[in-house]
Design a binder for this molecule. Structure first.
Ligand SMILES: C[S@@+](CC[C@H](N)C(=O)[O-])C[C@H]1O[C@@H](n2cnc3c(N)ncnc32)[C@H](O)[C@@H]1O
Length: 326
């Protein structure tokens, strides 16, 4: 007799769609969101703040900060491209001019709460099918802010790309680094050992090579990051339902190099809450918000889940298990 195959239980969360563009799903999840527009949740344990706020509204940011200042802003705004052919309210393609207008509003708001010596990191996309907008216009418009100084253009390499057959495979993500005043910068090293010897130099009459002279046996990340794994559904840090999650390692790297313990780190586009988890892990206080109450809820839940289980995400399990209970 043939063995009866056990019935495979289909987990709803494995099919959790992009939450911003699925009205049915949004309606059911909104019922479980504890914050509504304008609300801020204050973490009773470490004082993180998570809100449903709008990056372009000056009052929203000022009320969040009261008298405090931030030493580090890490912003990952929507890139003005249509992700996966899906337009949504918070993620749609608008005229580049309007996109720059939107960007200038949130930059001015960020500047108001940035301390005397602070850093601003911005993830920004360049649409190769549309004249590399908005990246090109964005970097030029940043020159208007005389209090900000450009410091680095970092490229992070993704593992999965697109457009392999008729074009160079697109595997890059751009990260801009600006400073206000003269903030600290902590030198970090990757896990990649130095392999090449060379660059001989005489030091006190002795011929030395680069490895002898260097402070670490490993290489520094530099401004091309090749050692960070892009998030995919099998990774512990994966947050089902998020569509633009940055790797935790990339955000931890920024935090460790450009802030100190107990500093306030600001993220105005929280989404899956990566900056919050990275701040929690590195003993910083995170103030973050998203315009979408679903992503603010997801961010709070990710912190609670991390504290309860030690896990930085849900892998393929749902952040909203209530949805599975019929
Ligand atoms: C690219 S995602 C950020 C991804 C995030 N770094 C992560 O690792 O999860 C952009 C987020 O910005 C939010 N957003 C769009 N417009 C906004 C606005 N005006 N104010 C605040 N958040 C906004 C979207 O809802 C979306 O969740």
């Amino acid at each position: 007799m043939p063995l009866k195959k056990p019935k495979q239980k289909i987990n709803f969360s494995e099919q959790l769609k992009r939450l911003d563009s699925n009205p049915e799903l949004r309606k059911s999840i909104l019922k479980f969101c504890r914050l509504k527009k304008g609300d801020v949740w204050i973490d009773p344990v470490k004082g993180h703040k998570i809100g449903v706020l709008d990056a372009v509204k000056k009052d929203d940011i000022q009320n969040l900060f009261e008298d405090r200042k931030t030493t580090l802003v890490i912003n990952d705004p929507p890139y003005n491209v249509i992700v996966g052919n899906l337009n949504s309210k918070a993620l749609s393609k608008i005229k580049t001019k309007n996109y720059i207008n939107f960007s200038q509003k949130w930059i001015s708001n960020a500047l108001e709460v940035m301390g005397e010596n602070s850093s601003l990191y911005v993830w920004m996309g360049a649409d190769q099918n549309d004249g590399f907008q908005p990246f090109a216009e964005f970097i030029i418009s940043m020159r208007e802010y005389t209090e900000l100084k450009s410091r680095s253009l970092i490229t992070m390499r993704n593992q999965r790309g697109y457009g392999t057959q008729k074009n160079w495979m697109a595997v890059r993500q751009e990260l801009l680094y600006y400073i206000k005043g003269n903030p600290n910068f902590n030198v970090l090293y990757t896990d990649i050992p130095k392999l090449l010897r060379g660059y001989y130099k005489n030091v006190n009459g002795k011929r030395t090579e680069n490895i002898e002279r260097s402070r670490s046996n490993n290489i520094r990340p530099g401004n091309v990051w090749v050692d960070i794994q892009q998030v995919f559904y099998r990774m512990e840090e994966n947050v089902p339902g998020a569509y633009a999650q940055k790797p935790l390692k990339s955000i931890e790297r920024i935090i460790l190099s450009s802030s100190e313990k107990n500093d306030v780190v600001l993220d105005m586009f929280a989404h899956s809450g990566t900056t919050l988890i990275a701040s929690e892990k590195t003993d910083r206080t995170c103030y973050c918000f998203d315009i979408d109450p679903i992503f603010a809820e997801m961010t709070i839940r990710r912190l609670e889940h991390y504290r309860k289980t030690g896990k930085s995400g849900w892998q393929w399990n749902s952040p909203f298990p209530e949805l599975d209970k019929k």
